[in-house]
Design a protein around this ligand. Structure first.
Ligand SMILES: Cc1cc2nc3c(=O)[nH]c(=O)nc-3n(C[C@H](O)[C@H](O)[C@H](O)COP(=O)(O)OP(=O)(O)OC[C@H]3O[C@@H](n4cnc5c(N)ncnc54)[C@H](O)[C@@H]3O)c2cc1C
Length: 467
């Protein structure tokens, strides 16, 4: 029989840390699983190991993570670092890989807090060495203080490119240019949502500060960028793009050996989908999200989802949603009453409502156009694991494979080591575009465990390794 735990939290980012801390403080037996080697999640990655000068360089937002980790450490919750979750089902059986050993554990309740991933957007040349995600580059900075050589170009959409360029500026690394790829008329569509966004906190002020500091630091920002292309033979040598100034379309090429890209983040839904949770298409965020109530409950009894995993809300909202799910977990095992849950959760609900006011503005401002969601160039690789091109996917749809799962069976896209994390949303957008239907009609690939690579030897050893 697998060993059973009262509450298992998957993910030690702000959502998982706050959920675990609150539940443990209320008397629950809690285990937190995370594949990283220290707590903090994406935003507070390596917070307990980062030297003071690097932490200062990363900004006050980053330093906030230290107090969350401190509270977590003294809460009594167990922490299993370097533990990868490779399966989750509706009966709360969790497949884990820890110290090279695969095993299954059982949970009475599960809180999934596995966060978000950067949205994959294939464009010509995106697989060339020298092209990498902004988030991945930031991980190198946070964990090891490694930065690219001066002269990199950062392209994409959303607040993260600005933040990372600003962090590089403070680290003394010069950014050659920032290419903002959302359409310029998004600004006019977003404008009516600005007053509400301003009441969410200082997000807009911080975005403006990063922009002003970057411009003062001599970093040019190109707006309305389209037709992005990384060019080169064995590695990226230049970036070619179209852009607009005063309504006039222009074309430009910048030489560089480092192109960092980022097109927003989307929830990691592979665990919640494999557990059978309902998902809904979020029009604002242009992605599928698990359907949750205000306590993080899903349709699967005893399984809650919090933080960016339940829909992109940012680190502060992740904290509040984590606490709310923990209160609900404690209520479900009668450690607190329904009234105690409601009164103790009141502040978190209010803070979360306030914090999320910025989202409609950001989602409209950084909304991706179809030209980025659906690669137009047939030679562009969409499934990196199986090397399936956009042209092959389009041909498969024309030949009658009219939903993403049929395309997957026919071409094997989504069956490689990443199990569709990189291509699932792109294939769904392509199938929808070819069939001239909304992408919400096309749920992404069905998920089959293991959702993370596992060797045959580890799988074979599973029976003898149950915890
Ligand atoms: C690459 C990246 C960089 C970001 N940088 C910033 C930033 O600098 N500033 C900012 O304000 N926001 C940033 N964000 C957004 C911010 O990280 C989130 O809003 C916030 O961290 C959400 O918290 P969370 O607890 O929901 O998830 P996360 O902080 O993402 O934590 C999720 C945790 O789950 C773990 N996990 C995921 N899958 C598994 C699995 N299968 N097995 C085991 N563990 C698993 C991960 O290792 C991670 O520790 C970033 C997002 C990304 C994707």
């Amino acid at each position: 029989m697998p060993k059973s735990y009262q509450l298992v939290v998957i993910g030690a980012g702000p959502g998982g840390l706050c959920a675990a801390t609150t539940a443990a403080q209320l008397g629950m037996d809690v285990v937190v699983l995370d594949e990283q080697s220290s707590p903090g999640g994406q935003i507070y990655r390596a917070i307990t190991r980062t030297p003071a000068d690097r932490s200062a360089l990363l900004g006050a937002d980053y330093q906030r993570g230290a107090s969350l980790v401190e509270a977590f450490k003294t809460s009594g919750a167990q922490y299993w670092p370097q533990t990868t979750v490779w399966s989750l089902n509706a009966q709360h059986q969790i497949g884990i890989l820890r110290q090279g050993q695969a095993s299954i554990i059982q949970a009475e309740r599960v809180i999934v807090a596995s966060g978000a991933m950067e949205r994959p957007v294939p464009f010509p040349g995106w697989t060339l060495p020298g092209v990498m995600n902004v988030g991945a580059a930031q991980i190198l900075l946070k964990t090891s203080g490694v930065v690219p050589a001066s002269g990199m170009v950062i392209a994409g959409t959303g607040p993260l490119p600005l933040l990372v360029a600003w962090q590089y500026l403070r680290a003394g690394v010069s950014v050659k240019a920032i290419l903002e790829c959302s359409p310029t008329n998004n600004l006019w569509r977003a404008a009516p949502r600005l007053p509400q966004a301003l009441r969410a906190g200082d997000y807009i002020a911080r975005g403006l500060k990063y922009t002003v500091d970057l411009l003062k630091g001599g970093v040019p920002i190109y707006y309305g960028v389209s037709r992005l292309q990384a060019q080169g033979n064995d590695q990226v040598e230049a970036v070619n793009f179209g852009w607009e100034r005063f309504g006039i379309a222009r074309q430009k090429t910048l030489s560089t050996n480092h192109l960092l890209v980022h097109f927003g983040v989307i929830p990691r839904t592979n665990l919640t989908r494999s557990a059978g949770c309902h998902h809904v298409w979020d029009r604002g965020q242009q992605c599928w999200c698990p359907q949750v109530d205000e306590w993080g409950n899903t349709n699967v009894p005893g399984l809650a989802v919090v933080g960016d995993n339940a829909g992109i809300g940012g680190a502060r909202s992740a904290e509040h949603s984590g606490r709310l799910a923990a209160l609900e977990a404690a209520r479900s095992v009668h450690l607190i009453s329904r009234q105690q849950r409601d009164s103790q959760g009141q502040d978190d609900q209010n803070w979360m409502r306030k914090d999320l006011r910025v989202r409609p503005f950001l989602e409209t401002l950084y909304r991706l156009p179809d030209s980025l969601l659906v690669p137009s160039d047939d030679d562009t690789i969409v499934c990196r694991c199986e090397e399936i091109s956009a042209g092959a996917i389009r041909r498969a749809v024309h030949e009658g494979h009219s939903d993403p799962n049929q395309v997957k069976f026919f071409l094997r896209c989504g069956m490689g080591p990443c199990q569709g994390r990189q291509c699932a949303s792109v294939v769904a957008h392509m199938v929808a575009a070819e069939n001239k239907r909304p992408v919400s009609d096309y749920p992404p690939f069905r998920v089959r465990p293991p959702i993370r690579p596992l060797s045959i030897a580890q799988l074979a050893d599973l029976g003898g390794a149950e915890e």
